[in-house]
Ligand binder design. Structure first.
Ligand code: CA
Ligand code: CA
Length: 549
């Protein structure tokens, strides 16, 4: 292996010295007493459960996760039965993944399998279980330190919701003043351009429904609708959810406004009902719009521009240009925090509306691990799509059929859970390993996720901190960043080169660290080497990230 020794050109210190810890970080007596001089490592900190909203979330597509009663439909008791896999309650040890947040896709009554068309907001769909099952899920998650958030789909309801049924009755009776005002129901001349409308049978009225004729859009500026939504939020917060994933916020527009007013109202209302509740919005847009919507005070939004096959994380696994990635991350953080000082970015690779990340990484295990390292070690609250940790594939033309395949536990019983009306007859071709096998395999992607989550719990600054400096080395593939939180500094440094080790000087006084506190590699176990720190010369094996503190 060729080793390069490169003088480190530090990026301009970006107001780093506004922090008091700046010059004294490497003189921390407790850290230096723990330092092992031989390899430049420091004793890792204890992994501590999160108590705030900076978490490692796991998205569960309920229909596809785990079936408990043999009807080939995933359900809530199924999720309860698998909680020990997600988090066994001990952040220091176990075979569990270690996540501490769950986003459940919709669970309320709906005829659709995905349940994004809601008929009764304060219910559990019979297919998925009962309210008692849900209460048990919340209680079991509490024991394990897992926060649960549910999908809140209020841009539209189902056309089977009693509000819409009554609205149509009112229109038919020529008295459209009550529930009819819950929706956008208009005559031909009052249709707004760019929106889709469907006729109300037997009348000359139309209702707006941009997603589907079964999903009429709610009039979110109507105070009566807002009062109903407040009741719904209170219902679920009282049940113990930690917050909500807001579906389709960019469609919240109501006539004259763009929907930000409602977004601000729903966020404020959640915080009023429960001070530390957490709201994350699905704003499937570019950087400009997502940044703009942070001005509503919303806690968090999914980072769509950095996700998917063409987003920054996956792109970096191809270009290896971590220098560029870290600069992007720093400017993005600065951007969103200028709109909302408490903004929590939510990086992810894929979700139920996208091809599986392992598919666009062409099933290359090293690339999958590198992508995981890049987004999981970013500041904020990352979201892992169920099965992402197993490298599940799925990117076929029958989109939803392959994006929402069953979670492969062990054996092949799970293979019966396939979403309705898919041409996919078996998940077999898309499954590379089962949970049981991944847990036994030291080289599995699952183990990398497990390790990354543990590193995050040992180094709480990574999720919560401010990126104060990008560390440049003169090479695009080797770079790092300093992240500061609560007067403490941590450095994340990555050598993304595929085959070559990297060596260079990382100034201890500028970056405020004592030694190596952890490392994670994308290379297969047989190839892994340890990173070393001699003086301030850091040597990092290929495709490896180190944590310095
Ligand atoms: Ca079931
Ligand atoms: Ca554990």
């Amino acid at each position: 292996m060729i080793k390069k020794l490169i003088a480190i050109a530090m990026a301009a210190a970006l107001s780093a010295c506004a922090f008091s810890a700046c010059s004294s970080g490497n003189d921390n007596p407790s850290a230096s007493s723990q330092q092992s001089k031989a390899s430049g490592t420091v004793q890792p900190q204890k992994a501590v459960q999160s108590t705030d909203n900076y978490r490692n979330f796991y998205q569960i597509f309920v229909y596809s996760f785990c079936d408990s009663n043999g009807d080939d439909v995933g359900d809530i008791p199924g999720i309860v039965s698998k909680l020990d896999y997600l988090n066994d309650g001990d952040p220091e040890k176990g075979d569990d993944l270690g996540i501490d947040g769950i986003w459940l896709t919709p669970i309320a009554k709906s005829v659709s399998y995905h349940k994004y068309s809601v008929e009764d907001y304060c219910s559990i769909d019979e297919e998925f279980g009962t309210m008692e099952d849900f209460e048990k899920l919340i209680a079991e998650c509490k024991k394990r330190g897992i926060n649960v958030i549910t999908d809140l789909v209020v841009n539209h309801s189902s056309n089977r919701h009693e509000w819409f049924v009554k609205a149509c009755e009112e229109i038919n009776q020529g008295n459209p003043d009550g529930y009819a005002k819950y929706y956008h129901i208009v005559k031909e001349d009052d249709k707004t351009t760019g929106d889709k409308y469907y006729p109300i049978q037997g009348t000359d009225y139309y209702y707006e429904a941009n997603f589907s004729d079964t999903m009429p859009e709610l009039n979110l500026s109507n105070p009566d609708v807002r009062a109903e939504i407040k009741k719904i939020m209170k219902f679920w917060l009282d049940k113990g959810v930690a917050g909500f994933r807001l579906d389709a916020i960019k469609y919240y527009d109501t006539g004259g406004d763009d929907g930000k007013d409602f977004c601000k109202w729903i966020t404020d209302t959640a915080h009023e009902l429960k001070k530390d509740s957490y709201i994350i919005g699905e704003n499937y847009s570019g950087t400009g719009q997502i940044s703009d919507w942070y001005s509503t005070g919303i806690d968090s939004q999914f980072n769509f521009p950095m996700s998917s096959a063409i987003g920054d994380y996956v792109n970096t696994t191809r270009t290896r240009n971590v220098k560029k990635l870290y600069s992007t991350m720093q400017s993005w953080q600065k951007n969103i925090r200028s709109k909302n000082k408490n903004a929590i970015d939510s990086p992810f690779l894929s979700n139920h509306d996208m091809a599986r990340s392992a598919a666009y990484l062409v099933g290359n295990l090293e690339s999958e691990k590198l992508a995981a390292m890049l987004y999981m070690l970013s500041p904020g609250t990352p979201y892992i799509y169920y099965g992402e940790e197993l490298g599940m594939l799925g990117s076929d033309k029958d989109n939803d059929g392959t994006y929402r395949l069953p979670m492969p536990w062990e054996g092949d019983e799970w293979d019966k859970i396939l979403i309705p009306n898919t041409s996919v007859e078996s998940a077999e071709d898309y499954i590379v390993t089962t949970v049981k096998d991944a847990q036994k395999d030291e080289n599995s992607l699952f183990k990398t996720y497990q390790q990354l989550i543990k590193l995050k719990l040992q180094n709480p600054e990574i999720a919560r901190g401010t990126i104060t400096k990008v560390i440049e080395t003169g090479e695009n593939y080797a770079a790092g960043y300093v992240i500061e939180y609560d007067g403490k500094k941590v450095v994340i440094f990555c050598n993304a080169d595929k085959t070559e080790s990297f060596s260079g000087e990382i100034s201890k006084s500028d970056c405020g660290y004592s030694g190596i506190a952890g490392q994670v590699t994308a290379r297969s176990a047989g190839d892994s080497e340890q990173a070393k720190l001699e003086g301030s010369t850091l040597t990092v094996p290929p495709m490896t990230a180190v944590i310095l503190r």
